[in-house]
Design a protein around this ligand. Structure first.
Ligand code: GRF
Length: 210
């Protein structure tokens, strides 16, 4: 996977706690040369995250940063920042990262942390956003949800300057599974597309020809 990167490729560190289908979308886009980037590491707070197995299968270095007992969030985040900074990322992508990050981490990577959230800006922050959207739709309270990709400047939850948004219509006959599938498809496309734009802009700033 890493061999697909060109000399101008920007360095991405992905933080993931779970399945890693969005990580896989990034890895596939790089392998298929739709994204000029290199995933230099995948870091997880969970040793059993499928995302770590996906990374290893693609030849990407993996790191498990487990939470120590009695450790504060801030202390954990400082350790995490140390690990991530060691890989020299241009961009840090939160792709199913299930911990809220404090400034002990975010302060190290200003304007460089990108989050993916399965809801529209200002709606359904936090966990289970797809489940909550579907439940509200079944109760007749909403007909659409969506996906957003945004920067994470501070400790706001699923909040921050929006980089890309796509609406997803909730159909009357949607099951939770069908809605989740459709949202994942949008996420995979939107995340790769947005990263491509972000990395191109970064390269332009640095005076590198992509
Ligand atoms: C995605 O829905 C993402 O928006 C949310 O967590 C989920 C992660 O999915 N933050 P995966 O692990 O990439 O499959």
């Amino acid at each position: 996977m890493r061999s697909s990167a060109t000399p101008s490729a920007r360095r991405i560190v992905v933080l993931a706690s779970g399945t890693g289908s969005n990580l896989q979308a990034i890895l596939d886009a790089i392998a298929e040369r739709r994204l000029d980037a290199e995933v230099v590491a995948v870091v997880s707070d969970r040793s059993d995250a499928l995302a770590l197995q996906r990374a290893a299968a693609a030849g990407v270095p993996t790191v498990h940063v487990g939470v120590h007992t009695d450790e504060t969030r801030s202390d954990y985040d400082a350790r995490l920042a140390d690990v991530v900074a060691g890989f020299g990322p241009d961009v840090v992508v939160l792709a199913g990262w299930m911990r809220l990050l404090t400034m002990s981490f975010l302060g190290w990577f200003p304007d460089r942390v990108v989050n993916l959230h399965p809801a529209l800006p200002g709606e359904l922050p936090g966990t289970r956003a797809v489940v909550r959207a579907w439940q509200e739709a079944m109760a007749g309270e909403r007909t659409r949800t969506g996906v957003m990709v945004h920067l994470v400047p501070d400790e706001g939850v699923d909040d921050g300057p929006v980089l890309a948004v796509e609406e997803v219509t909730i159909r009357p006959d949607d099951t939770l599974e069908s809605l989740t599938d459709r949202i994942h498809q949008v996420e995979h496309r939107l995340l790769v597309h947005t990263l491509s734009s972000v990395l191109t802009a970064l390269s332009a700033q640095k005076g590198v020809t992509a």
